[in-house]
Design a binder for this molecule. Structure first.
Ligand code: PEP
Ligand code: MN
Length: 342
């Protein structure tokens, strides 16, 4: 047990008020309290279980001057309580987080059977171990292509049957969970990272969940979203850094490379990186993918389309199958070089 929170009381707090307050804290929460009385103020140190304590309640009390958490608010996702890396097993040959590198490749949107099967075959040949494609698409404009929806899911399953590649696709609504029963990894998109109802429901399943970082989410908020899924009993969470909003407009988002080692330090969950949505530009996918692998990513998501200029979504950031083949070779060469003991 460690100190989890420090509470500084106001100099005006009377011994009776302090006693009442500490009695209330020990009855409401599963904590022990250490108390230090200074000349002008009193400091309380709370020792116990991180996730039980409501910091806002404490901050709202009249006798409290300030309160500071000294331990992360997430528990199940925290490496402190689970030192070994989590490995998420997807199939007999695909385990994410085991030290190998997995590329999830495919079109932003599933458009037709021919398209998804052709792309699946070509990315498999180039080394991708998972097929990713969107059936339900969260689009900024309501007038843009919204995806083939359940038909798209069926087409992904056809492509899986043809290639043996496990499939990854995005869920947008809690009501759709049953429809995703047969999907190998359920993606929660950036816009849904804080859809807590959806996270909770996914926590009740045992399905691997790919949790994308929200557009403006801090690392702690992202890990708290993982905690929602894990709190329900589903430990199969894979985090995905996909770029965050910054003041830079040259790229679609800004890839936060530092998030990779930071999340790996704070959490035991695997981290994959999406250089396609991070950059919005196909020519930037290779350097960002290389940077992500060098920084320790367990996998990559790369958008690949057989005809990018005519893609129904995200054509500008999509690689052709030939470009993907070249990028993939470089990525695996880098991964091998990193694995060589020096
Ligand atoms: C996607 O992966 O196709 C997507 C919409 O990404 P994000 O949620 O990261 O914007
Ligand atoms: Mn996309």
């Amino acid at each position: 047990m460690e100190i989890i929170m420090i509470i500084v009381l106001k100099p005006s707090a009377t011994p009776e008020e302090i006693q009442l307050f500490t009695d209330k804290l020990s009855s409401d929460y599963d904590v022990r309290i250490n108390r230090w009385d200074g000349v002008h103020s009193t400091v309380l140190g709370l020792i116990g279980d991180t996730h039980t304590v409501d910091i806002e309640y404490i901050d709202a009390q009249d006798i409290v001057e300030s309160v500071k958490r000294v331990q992360e608010p997430y528990k199940k996702a925290n490496r402190k309580f689970h030192p070994e890396n989590t490995v998420v097993k997807i199939s007999d040959s695909v385990s994410i987080g085991d030290g190998s590198l997995h590329i999830m490749a495919g079109p932003c949107s599933v458009e037709s059977e021919e398209q998804i099967v052709e792309i699946a075959k070509s990315v498999k040949k180039s080394g991708a171990t998972l097929l990713r494609g969107g059936a339900f698409k969260p689009r900024t404009s309501p007038y843009a292509f919204q995806g083939l929806k359940s038909e798209g899911l069926d087409l992904l399953k056809i492509a899986r049957k043809e290639t043996g590649l496990p499939i990854v696709t995005e869920i947008m609504r809690t009501e759709h969970i049953d429809m995703f029963e047969n999907v190998d990894i359920i993606q929660v998109g950036a816009r849904n990272m804080q859809n807590f109802d959806l996270l909770r429901e996914l926590g009740r399943t045992k399905k691997p969940v790919l949790l994308k970082r929200g557009l403006s989410a801090t690392i702690e908020e992202w890990l708290m979203s993982a905690e929602y899924i894990m709190a329900g009993g589903n430990d199969n969470v894979i985090l995905c850094e996909r770029g965050i909003r910054t003041y830079e407009t040259y790229t679609r988002n800004t890839l936060d490379v530092s998030a990779i080692p930071i999340v790996k330090k704070l959490s035991h969950l695997p981290v994959v990186v999406d250089p396609s949505h991070a950059s919005g530009k196909s020519w930037l996918v290779e350097p960002l993918a290389m940077a992500a692998v060098a920084a320790g990513a367990d996998g990559l998501i790369i958008e690949v389309h057989n005809d990018p200029p005519h893609a129904l979504s995200d054509g500008a950031q999509s690689l052709t199958p030939e470009q993907f083949d070249a990028v993939s070779k470089k990525i695996f060469a880098l991964k091998n070089a990193l694995n060589v003991d020096t």
